[in-house]
Design a protein around this ligand. Structure first.
Ligand SMILES: [Zn+2]
Length: 410
C-alpha cells in the first residue's frame, strides 16, 4: 500500500488549504533548476574554520528589505515597511482564532501553569502534543511518514556554514533529507542553502530567529514566517510550502497565520535530542547515541510495521552532524526506507514553483532498488547533474497517479 498525503486528505475530507489571500512579494534572480555554486574553500573544504569564513553573497542584498539577522523578524523597521504592511493588511484578521500569545517563565521557558492542558482548547503542541487543529480552516500538521518501516529524515537549524562533510556524505549515499532552514542562516550562508536544493533535499522554513512562536504577537508570527520563506525564495529560487516551529511550539493561532501563507507544519514523532548533548544538564553524547539506538531498533522490532516515523535531528553543529553520519548505516540496515518527508508523503510539489518536483515514494523506492548494489552511490547523484534525482513529473500523469492511489487506498 502506498500512501499519498494529498489523496488521503482529499478522501478523508480534509483539505490542505491552498486558497492564499495574503499579498506576498517573494522575488528571486535564481533559477532553481540551474543553480551554480563556485569552487571556493567555503563550499568545498571540510575544515570548519575555512568553511565558515565570510563570503560575499552572489546577489545584491538591500539591507532595508530584511529584518536584522537573528533578531525578531519585525526588526529593522520591517513591522512598518510598505511590503509587510501590505501583507499584514491583506489578511482578514477577524477570522484568526482568538488566542492570546502564551507567556514565558522567568527562566525563559513556556509558562504552562495557566493553561488548561486537559481540554487543550488551543491545540498547543508544547502542552499536549496536539497536531490536529481544533479551529476551522487550518492546515493540520504532518507528524509521521505514512509509509510503513520508513525513517523520515529531517535536519533543523541549517544551513550551517560547516556542513560540507555532512552534505558530501549524504550525497555519496544518494540520501535526501528534509532540511528546515533558519531564515537568518539562509541569508548568512546562501551557498549552503543553494547546495541543499541542488543536492535534491526538501527545503522548508524554520523561522527567521528561532523564537518560541506561541509567545509572539500575530504581527511577529507573520513576520517570522514571511521573511524566512522570502529568504529561501530569494536565495534558492523556490518558495517552500512547509515549515517547522522552533521546539515544536505551535498552537491554532500560529497554525492559522501559517495557513494564510500557504504553509503546513511538519513536526516529528521521535526526537534524538542531539543538540542537547553537553548543553542540557544530564544529557551526554551517550544519551543521544542511546536514543539513536532505540529508534534504530524500532525499525526491526515491528514498531513501524503499519506506519513510519519522522525523526528530529539537527544540522546545528558538527557534533550533531557526526551523530547523524555515525548512525546512518544502522538506520539504513534496520529500516526498509530512509527518505525525506516530501518523498515519504508523496508530495511531489513541495514548493510553489512547479519546475522543481520530487519523486513519488514509489519512484524513489524503485530507484533505490536499482542502485542498491555496490557503494550505494547512485550514478545519477555524482558528477554535475544539477538536480540530482529530482524528476519532472508530468501534470496529467501526476493527477492520474494521485487518484489511482486514492482508489487503491479505500
Ligand atoms: Zn531549531
Amino acid at each position: 500500500m502506498v500512501w499519498n498525503y494529498q489523496a488521503a486528505l482529499i478522501t478523508l475530507g480534509i483539505t490542505a488549504l491552498s486558497a492564499q489571500a495574503a499579498t506576498t512579494n517573494y522575488t528571486s534572480t535564481v533559477d532553481p533548476t540551474k543553480i551554480t555554486i563556485p569552487d571556493i574553500e567555503q563550499t568545498k573544504s571540510h575544515d570548519p574554520a575555512a568553511q565558515c569564513k565570510y563570503y560575499q553573497p552572489p546577489f545584491t542584498v538591500n539591507p532595508k528589505d530584511w529584518p536584522t539577522s537573528w533578531e525578531i523578524a519585525t526588526s529593522n523597521g520591517m513591522n512598518s515597511s510598505a511590503e509587510f504592511t501590505a501583507l499584514y493588511n491583506s489578511i482578514d484578521w477577524t477570522k484568526a482564532p482568538n488566542i492570546q500569545p502564551k507567556g514565558m517563565t522567568a527562566a525563559g521557558g513556556l509558562n504552562l501553569q495557566s493553561y488548561d492542558t486537559v481540554n487543550d482548547p488551543d491545540c498547543w503542541w508544547s502542552a499536549s502534543q496536539c497536531t490536529k487543529p481544533k479551529k476551522a480552516d487550518i492546515n493540520p500538521d504532518i507528524v509521521q511518514c505514512l509509509e510503513p518501516n520508513t525513517w523520515g529524515l529531517t535536519y533543523d537549524d541549517g544551513p550551517n556554514c560547516s556542513h560540507n562533510a555532512f552534505y558530501d556524505y549524504l550525497e555519496q549515499n544518494n540520501q535526501k533529507a528534509s532540511m528546515f532552514y533558519i531564515g537568518s542562516n539562509v541569508m548568512g550562508w546562501p551557498y549552503g542553502a543553494m547546495r541543499g536544493l541542488k543536492d535534491g533535499h526538501h527545503l522548508a522554513g524554520h523561522t527567521w530567529s528561532h523564537k518560541l512562536m506561541t509567545t509572539l504577537t500575530n504581527q511577529e508570527v507573520l513576520a517570522e514566517l514571511y521573511y524566512t520563506t522570502k529568504a529561501i525564495k530569494f536565495v534558492t529560487g523556490v518558495t517552500p510550502l512547509h515549515w517547522r516551529p522552533a521546539q515544536g511550539d505551535l498552537d491554532d493561532r500560529v497554525r492559522w497565520i501559517a495557513t494564510q501563507l500557504n504553509l503546513t507544519a511538519i513536526l516529528w514523532n521521535l526526537d534524538t535530542d542531539d543538540w542537547a548533548a553537553n548543553v542540557v544538564a544530564g544529557v551526554t553524547p551517550e544519551t543521544v547515541q542511546q536514543n539513536y539506538k532505540n529508534f534504530i531498533q524500532m525499525g526491526s522490532n515491528g514498531t513501524f510495521n503499519t506506519v513510519g516515523n519522522i525523526v528530529l535531528s539537527h544540522e546545528i553543529n558538527n557534533m550533531t552532524m557526526d551523530f547523524a553520519m555515525q548512525n546512518y548505516p544502522e538506520i539504513k540496515k534496520n529500516y526498509k526506507h530512509v527518505v525525506d518527508v516530501a518523498t515519504c508523503m508523496n508530495m511531489t510539489n513541495p514548493y510553489v514553483e512547479k519546475s522543481i518536483t520530487y519523486p513519488t515514494f514509489e519512484q524513489q523506492v524503485n530507484q533505490n532498488a536499482s542502485t542498491a548494489t555496490g557503494s550505494g552511490v547512485s550514478p545519477a547523484a555524482s558528477g554535475s547533474s544539477s538536480m540530482g534525482t529530482q524528476t519532472t513529473v508530468n501534470g496529467a500523469l501526476f493527477i492520474a497517479a494521485l487518484f489511482g492511489v486514492a482508489a487503491s487506498l479505500f
